[in-house]
Design a protein around this ligand. Structure first.
Ligand SMILES: [Zn+2]
Length: 337
């Protein structure tokens, strides 16, 4: 019994005297290590008469707990002292973040890189154009004359200068065809602007990715194969698709590519409005008037164009149910992906 008390007092004195963490660890080894004082006591237990063993073992365990508590308390004191010394020395900035977080690419950037890679593989190049356009490139050359009611469909913003924050990336088609001779294969990703009421599926500033293929004897079959390949690449599986006729002034015929709703797999849900399909890519064969406006003979050249709602594609790819989440600055979403 006196051994126990003496060891306890020794341990208390030794931890109190330890001047740094290394010295403290030596104290720990001396008392709680394999060859330490407490272990030695436990070994004695076997030599005791059976009726005393249990009580003695409990006392040794209690002693072990006490010694550990001395060590823990002293460790805190030493750490605090070290921190205070650093602060006093004045070279630590305590306002710096304690944990470094690595960055990641935004889901839109990730999908964009994949789209670019996909089309590079098909021989396309990436083209770009100004975000602030004139009416000719945004409308007139796309077969949408000033008095045409279709112009209203685009909910255009107008600057006081009369210029237009482009309503679609189709203006890049025009700029490319004006300046270059077919054959042409381009994609043009970029921001577009429309006076939309912002909700889960509409934004006033959004991303589109335009595609244009101009060559000889191009058919709807080429268009279909190209877009089905793109959708399969982006969604990661052979998702069922369908093409529906649609009207866009710059294509004839105009089409909408739908994919089977990824949320309900075609059985109907609130996101696909119970149709089982989600519209993803408006497209069609380039209208002869558009080729003419850019100085090309529609009897010699033809082709197809498409304008993918890029944010929506990202939404479908990652199963995000609200477009606004892509821009709300909540990094949890990005980390999760
Ligand atoms: Zn659905």
């Amino acid at each position: 019994m006196s051994d126990l008390g003496a060891i306890r007092d020794d341990a208390q004195a030794a931890t109190g005297a330890a001047g740094d963490l290394r010295a403290l660890d030596e104290v720990r080894v001396r008392f709680l290590g394999k060859k330490g004082a407490v272990k030695a006591l436990l070994k004695q237990t076997g030599k005791l008469p059976p009726e005393e063993r249990k009580g003695f073992g409990m006392q040794v365990n209690a002693l072990r707990g006490e010694v550990q508590a001395f060590l823990d308390a002293r460790k805190l004191e030493l750490e605090q002292a070290a921190q205070d010394a650093v602060l006093e020395a004045g070279w630590l900035d305590p306002t710096l973040p304690t944990e470094r977080q690595t960055g990641d690419l935004h889901p839109i950037t990730k999908v964009l890189m994949e789209v670019v890679d996909h089309f590079h593989g098909l021989g396309y190049e990436v083209a770009s154009g100004p975000e602030i356009e004139d009416a000719f490139h945004n409308f007139d050359a796309l077969n949408i004359p000033a008095n045409h009611p279709a112009r209203d469909v685009w909910d255009t913003f107008y600057l006081t200068s009369g210029e237009i924050p482009r309503t679609h990336t189709s203006s890049v088609q025009i700029r490319t065809m004006e300046n270059r001779q077919p054959p042409l294969r381009i994609i043009a990703p970029g921001k577009c602007f429309r006076n939309e009421t912002i909700d889960a599926t509409h934004l006033a500033a959004f991303n589109q990715c335009e595609g244009l293929f101009i060559d000889k004897d191009v058919t709807v079959g080429h268009l279909k194969a190209t877009l089905e390949g793109l959708v399969e690449r982006l969604m990661g599986y052979k998702v069922p698709t369908r093409f529906r006729p649609a009207f866009y002034p710059f294509v004839e015929p105009g089409l909408d590519l739908d994919i089977e709703c990824i949320f309900c797999k075609g059985s109907g849900c609130s996101i696909c409005k119970d149709s089982g399909w989600i519209e993803v890519i408006p497209c069609g064969m380039v209208h002869p008037n558009v080729l003419r406006a850019c100085g090309h003979d529609p009897d010699e050249w033809n082709g197809f164009a498409f304008g993918m709602g890029f944010d929506r594609m990202v939404m479908l790819r990652y199963g995000i149910d609200d477009l606004r989440r892509l821009y709300d600055g909540n990094l949890d979403l990005v980390r999760k992906l």
